[in-house]
Ligand binder design. Structure first.
Ligand code: NAP
Ligand code: ZN
Length: 384
């Protein structure tokens, strides 16, 4: 199909529309720089595109890993943010799922090849060509890289936009777009259900949502934390049991007892201590992605035929399923709502495991800021 460009109902295939409009954003130009105002370009609305004015964006630890180049693949400037909820303000004339005025959401992906065997199974996160991340991935429309949700608006193909169930708290639902799906997908894949003993390691943004989801799936849910002050809170979040992992006696009491453990720890830790909690044929799945490798002792796995696995976010259909599941079970994140100028302080607190339990940026605070002076890049003409 010809790449025809439209705004709303009208086709106006000119350069001005292709390039779209500028938007205020927050990002950084170097791993050691604080985040600061930037001006970015958003593309014009293509026939299947949805233009969203962002209302709320969660702060995921992956944003921090990326901003500081801890995974060694960051292209600067980077504008993080992949827990996005906003209002639809324009739609292309081929859009069928959304109309102007709808509340819509965007998670960690904005595109994939849509044709490989994984995409065809709804596993776009494992696209054999590599999915296009919401930020820091090559941007086929304007060149450069994609820019994420720390911004006033975003334009995304409707196939990668989610419906937000009616009546939910929008700010507290935003974190589900990453923290929710990243935990829902493996919990479901490894058959979390009544009768199963499930442990969640690391009670941060991902971990606290995981407790709520594991409990709603009917499992016996245990929070495993290094932070003493979170032990009472974990029960309020829905955990049946709590283990303070720094207490060797408590860890020993629970050895060989878990069917499944989800590890959402952001920093280097001794994985063997947690593997020993698994019973025969139990699985520990990593979703946490520390900068440094973890070393696994052979005898943490061999004696009880244990499995050590990993899991990456979730597909688009499954993300919609998760949003509907969470709405049905009244699950949202526990959030601290911040303004955009508090973002650097929020990053420092995230590093200290000092957030209860997800920071969410109220994007009105960015909209109300004066315009940033610098533009990030000149878009390349890749559509013609
Ligand atoms: P977060 O809010 O910072 O939570 C991480 C938690 O890990 C902390 O609250 C803390 O929990 C625990 N922790 C931190 N340092 C630790 C240490 N040295 N030893 C043991 N526990 C420690 O981070 P998040 O946003 O939930 O993200 C967690 C990780 O998942 C990050 O690495 C992120 O990049 C990754 N992630 C992966 C995917 C995926 O698709 N696989 C998607 C999103 C995020 P306690 O205080 O309870 O100990
Ligand atoms: Zn994330």
């Amino acid at each position: 199909m010809k790449d025809e460009i439209t705004t709303g109902e009208t086709s106006v295939a000119d350069e001005q529309t292709r390039v779209g409009s500028t938007a205020k954003a927050y990002g950084t130009k170097a791993p050691t720089d604080p985040l600061a105002p930037l001006q970015i370009q958003r593309r014009g609305v293509l026939p299947h595109d949805v233009h969203i004015d962002i209302l709320f964006c969660g702060i995921c630890h992956s944003d921090l890993h990326t901003a500081r180049n801890e995974w060694h693949g960051t292209t600067y400037p980077v504008v993080p943010g992949h827990e996005i909820i906003g209002k639809v303000t324009k739609v292309g004339n081929g859009v069928t799922k959304f109309k102007v005025g709808d509340i819509a959401a965007v998670g960690c992906m904005v595109d994939s090849c849509r044709d490989c065997e994984h995409c065809k199974q709804g596993l776009e996160q494992y696209c054999l060509d590599g999915f296009t991340g919401t930020y820091n991935d090559p941007y086929k429309h304007l060149g450069g890289v994609t820019y994420g949700g720390y911004s006033e608006s975003i334009v995304v193909d409707e196939s990668f936009v989610l419906r937000v169930p009616d009546g939910v708290d929008l700010a507290a639902t935003a974190p589900l777009l990453c923290a929710g799906i990243t935990t829902y997908s493996p919990l479901k894949h490894w058959n979390t259900e009544p009768g199963k003993k499930v442990g969640i390691v690391g009670i941060g943004g991902l971990g606290h949502v995981a407790i709520k989801i594991a409990r709603a799936m009917g499992a016996d849910a245990t929070a495993i934390t290094t932070t003493k002050s979170k032990t009472e809170d974990a029960k309020r979040l829905g955990a049946h049991n709590v283990i303070l992992s720094t207490d060797k006696t408590q860890m020993q009491e629970h050895a060989d007892s878990f069917d499944f453990i989800l590890d959402a720890v952001s920093a280097k830790h001794d994985i063997n201590e947690y593997l020993r909690l698994l019973k025969l044929d139990g699985t520990l799945t990593l979703v946490g992605a520390p900068e440094e490798p973890l070393s696994v002792a052979a005898f943490s796995l061999i004696p009880s035929r244990r499995s050590f696995a990993g899991s990456l976010i979730g597909g688009i259909a499954e993300t919609q399923e998760m949003l509907d599941f969470c709405a049905k079970h009244n699950i949202t994140a526990d959030i601290e709502l911040i303004t955009i100028d508090q973002i650097n302080e929020a990053y420092e607190r995230l590093l200290k495991s000092d957030v209860r339990y997800r920071f969410v940026i109220d994007m009105a605070s960015l909209r109300n800021q004066p315009d940033a002076m610098q533009s990030t890049h000149r878009p390349k003409n890749k559509l013609r």
